[in-house]
Design a protein around this ligand. Structure first.
Ligand SMILES: Cc1cc2nc3c(=O)[nH]c(=O)nc-3n(C[C@H](O)[C@H](O)[C@H](O)COP(=O)(O)OP(=O)(O)OC[C@H]3O[C@@H](n4cnc5c(N)ncnc54)[C@H](O)[C@@H]3O)c2cc1C
Ligand SMILES: *[C@@H]1O[C@H](CO)[C@@H](O)[C@H](O)[C@H]1NC(C)=O
Ligand SMILES: *[C@@H]1O[C@H](CO)[C@@H](O)[C@H](O)[C@H]1NC(C)=O
Ligand SMILES: *[C@@H]1O[C@H](CO)[C@@H](O)[C@H](O)[C@H]1NC(C)=O
Ligand SMILES: *[C@@H]1O[C@H](CO)[C@@H](O)[C@H](O)[C@H]1NC(C)=O
Ligand SMILES: *[C@@H]1O[C@H](CO)[C@@H](O)[C@H](O)[C@H]1NC(C)=O
Length: 540
């Protein structure tokens, strides 16, 4: 009797909190626009290799993803830019564009052409990466957050310029969730019940507690990928080559002390004959050497892979594949990391619910744990409800190596999830926190008898669970670490005219979900390059 009463009280309290929250939560300020802004003007796009072969550009951007698109847009304000993307356009694909179809690209993969490419790390964990203009922002959960101030400071970035770069991105592709989906408001209550406090309402900042954040889905549920950012510069100065996979960068044979990038080779993504085509960096008048650059923005798996295929990497490894060594850069492929995730399925069985993306997050344990929830397809017509937590700063690191010389195939990657004791210790904590949210009154009431009967596990059992069921939050990074493979301006060490700028350069993921910071990085570094070059040309 007493117990019944208690439960009823809790439920009433829950409804009360719920009502109060939904009335205050979305009224707060911050920048993102709710309207759709001016009409998007996109650059010229083609998949006809003959339109590009043999031509020259000031900048060749390899990979049109989270970092590549804003970078290309920014450089186009002053220079000619070619973006080479191995995948197709996102603009004709409803499973990419509609929030209600979130997750379907991941269950509809094939080897060479699907928008999502599957990979299984040597750890045995299933994972995905984007293969479409917009990169992984075209297949991801769309959750947007800025990095914390300590992260920005640690990177040594100019705080004012970073803020402006975030705002530039946000004005184009980031939206406040006008209304929480029914499931997200349940998750919000579950997080508060589990003691992930305080409640910070809506904010794009990475702050401890529970908050609502931005999303790249607008109020009508349409996804805005990084490809939309291509319209933010001078689109007339950009050519986008689609369905073309870059196989290597080639260098000037005689350019002084260090090899200088001359251009790139690419193949048609679908072509098994691997006939290759070339495109060049533009040379200024009266000079034999280009001043432009090749910039790899192909993501954490492809950027180290392309460097190795071009002869930049550990020489003994390259020699195994008969790749002639341009620069014996031993740390290419090092320090691969994927934030380990623990996810609990809180519904009792698969059902045809509408997929749901995260709008709410819990930031707990001194920023070390991030909690989010999605409703995700497991087949063409069935979904599961999952609540998950990730370890924000794992200590375990792994390695990336070539499997073969085909640039379309995944390299071999091992993350060594939870191999360090401290990561395992934390995994147990994460498991327990996810359990608490999953067993909260809010979740129980909402799912009713469709709720998975979860049993609270002891510490040892949690450990077992971590070992068997560790999964990914898809925030893998590393392979071209800043300070080792690239310098602080993202120039590849040991060669000229070549940079890498994407998730592969991160030593740690920016605590929160990384997409926002990677889009910001493209804008920020693009501005720095434009400034640098206009200053040096006005000096001479
Ligand atoms: C399923 C999933 C869910 C996620 N959810 C979120 C989320 O909610 N919030 C968040 O912040 N982050 C999320 N992420 C992570 C985020 O999307 C990535 O961290 C981010 O997109 C990485 O940016 P990038 O520029 O390094 O690479 P990408 O965005 O992956 O871009 C790389 C591009 O290079 C292209 N490319 C690769 N190789 C070649 C080649 N040889 N030639 C030509 N082109 C090439 C690829 O096709 C791709 O377009 C998620 C990721 C996934 C996979
Ligand atoms: C790119 O390739 C896909 C399939 O491989 C094809 O359906 C699509 O039409 C191509 N895109 C362009 C712009 O040619
Ligand atoms: C290139 O050289 C030619 C002939 O010497 C000269 O007329 C021209 O001004 C030079 N151009 C530049 C940009 O220096
Ligand atoms: C490398 O070249 C040698 C000698 O030509 C050949 O025997 C070997 O199979 C080649 N290895 C690869 C991986 O292509
Ligand atoms: C889901 O798809 C499978 C195979 O495509 C089909 O057999 C099944 O009936 C479908 N289920 C529902 C609920 O639509
Ligand atoms: C956890 O792993 C075990 C063993 O591999 C498996 O049977 C179980 O279904 C997994 N649980 C979840 C929720 O994925």
């Amino acid at each position: 009797m007493m117990k019944r009463l208690q439960e009823t009280c809790i439920i009433i309290l829950w409804f009360l909190i719920h009502c109060i929250l939904s009335s205050i939560s979305l009224s707060s300020s911050s920048s993102p626009s709710c309207n759709k802004g001016p009409k998007l003007e996109l650059p010229y796009m083609t998949s006809d290799v003959n339109e590009v072969e043999g031509k020259s550009f000031d900048y060749i951007i390899v990979g049109g993803g989270a970092c590549g698109c804003p970078l290309a847009a920014t450089l186009s304000e002053k220079f000619s830019v070619l973006v080479i993307e191995r995948g197709d356009t996102p603009y004709s694909n409803p499973t990419i564009l509609e929030r209600t179809k979130f997750g379907y690209p991941l269950v509809e993969t094939n080897k060479y052409t699907s928008a999502a490419q599957e990979f299984i790390s040597l750890d045995g964990v299933l994972n995905y990466r984007g293969r479409v203009l917009g990169g992984s922002t075209a297949i991801n959960s769309g959750f947007y957050s800025r990095a914390s101030d300590p992260f920005i400071k640690k990177m040594g970035w100019d705080e004012e310029m970073v803020k402006q770069a975030y705002e530039w991105v946000e004005s184009k592709v980031v939206f406040a969730p006008e209304m929480l989906s029914p499931w997200q408001s349940v998750v919000l209550d579950g997080l508060l019940e589990a003691g992930v406090l305080p409640f910070n309402g809506y904010t794009l900042e990475h702050v401890q507690g529970t908050k609502l954040s931005g999303t790249i889905f607008d109020v009508s549920g349409r996804r805005h990928t990084a490809a939309d950012l291509l319209g933010g510069g001078n689109p007339k100065n950009i050519v986008v080559l689609l369905n073309a996979t870059v196989s290597k960068i080639f260098f000037h044979p005689d350019s002084g002390d260090q090899p200088r990038a001359k251009g790139v080779k690419f193949i048609k993504s679908e072509d098994d004959n691997k006939k290759s085509y070339k495109v060049y960096l533009k040379k200024p008048e009266n000079s034999t050497l280009p001043v432009g650059e090749v910039i790899l923005t192909a993501g954490a798996l492809s950027s180290p892979q392309i460097l190795m295929l071009s002869g930049i990497g550990p020489s003994n490894h390259l020699e195994n594949f008969n790749i002639s060594v341009v620069s014996n850069l031993k740390s290419v492929g090092d320090k691969m990391q994927d934030n380990p995730a623990i996810s609990l399925l809180v519904d009792s069985k698969p059902k045809s619910r509408v997929p749901d993306t995260p709008q709410v997050t819990g930031i707990a344990e001194d920023y070390k744990v991030i909690l989010e929830s999605i409703i995700v397809p497991v087949s063409k017509n069935l979904t599961r409800v999952s609540i998950a937590g990730k370890l924000a700063f794992p200590a375990s690191t792994g390695k990336l190596e070539l499997k073969n010389k085909d640039p379309r195939e995944n390299p071999l990657v091992q993350f060594n999830y939870l191999s360090r004791d401290e990561d395992m210790e934390f995994c147990v904590k994460i498991h327990q926190l996810v359990e608490e949210v999953s067993m909260s009154m809010a979740v129980s009431v909402y799912l009713g008898n469709e709720r998975n009967r979860l049993e609270k596990l002891g510490k040892e059992e949690s450990k077992e669970y971590c070992k068997k069921n560790v999964s990914t939050f898809y925030h893998y990074h590393g392979g071209c670490i800043i300070g080792e493979v690239v310098d602080k301006d993202y120039n590849v060490n040991g060669v000229k005219g070549l940079r890498v700028m994407d998730g592969s350069t991160l030593v740690e993921s920016p605590g929160t979900n990384p997409m926002g910071t990677l889009m910001m990085l493209g804008r920020y570094q693009g501005l720095k390059i434009v400034q640098e070059r206009t200053q040096s040309s006005s000096r001479s």
